[in-house]
Design a protein around this ligand. Sequence first.
Ligand code: TRP
Ligand code: SF4
Length: 350
Amino acid sequence: MNETSKKRVVSGMRPTGKLHLGNYVGALANWVKLQDTHECFFFIADWHALTTDYADPSQVGSNSYEVALDWLAAGLDPERTTMFVQSHVPQHAELHLLFSMITPLGWLERVPTYKEQQQNLDTKDLSTYGFLGYPVLQSADITIYKADFVPVGQDQVAHVELTREIVRRFNNFYPGKNGAVILPEPHPLLTPTPKLPGTDGRKMSKSYDNYILLSDPEPVIRQKLKTMVTDPARVRRTDPGNPDVCPVGDLHKIFSDGTTLEKVYAGCRSAGIGCIECKGWAADNLIKTLAPMQERRKQYEQNPKQVRDIIAAGDARARASAESTMTEVRNAMGLSQDFEPPQQAAGKTP
Ligand code: TRP
Ligand code: SF4
């Protein structure tokens, strides 16, 4: 496939600091694969982080850097992928502003994550203009690159749907030259996410302190697995268990090879193995998967200039693409930089 025939995907990730297995399995691993088949734009959504963390932005910069390291470690390839930082491309903010003119308030109040998040993050005051407008910013992020597809988890599909509605309204109001459609409607590309619970059995999340980082060293991974919850029915060593209802079993299904899996299923169901042994195998396989990533991370950690150059190059590519869309958008909305005198209406004399 040559570059021009490839469909374009655009996706963003909030800078939450060092990434965990849930981030990898739920998004990053899929992004790495998409590089083979699509033209990829991936960015660190630092403005999005500010919609909830505006009162203390002290971690946003370092968290963004950690995310970039983990992306490179996981195998995002700067030769093939445009990886950049959202706030380094101010055109996103301009399109956000223009979209905000045409987005009815009702559409935003109806976005399911709006009320949910406001309730979940009840320690923060999220009754702000920026938080309500979050999905409009996301719509600008996607549209400014004329994305064909947006790889997202189920929780973000509503945002892509809203993007499509905003784009339709935009195209309706502002046709391009000769009636051309300026902005294509993006499609969500639902990421298939295998179940990956944290060490306490709940969804893996930074806010639950139940996560395993991609960058956790071997002893830390072994320790975290030791305390991981198992099939609650397996109280004694002699009780049979079921890997399908065990968080350790879920880890095996994602990271272990077929031979290990067979041993786990047979041994667990017959009480032939103990959980400690089983967790040891899970740790072995996980460590084996993470080893090449951690090796790459170390290289980049020792080479901050290289990381900075990679992001700067991504920023520049993203800005060029974003600016080209914005030129069309400005012209269609009567904001052309070629400031011209009013046209005289035909037939009238001044
Ligand atoms: N809202 C997304 C999240 O919380 C992150 C994001 C921001 C995004 N802009 C985007 C995802 C554009 C896809 C496309 O996970
Ligand atoms: Fe879970 Fe393994 Fe114990 Fe079975 S043996 S309950 S899969 S940890």
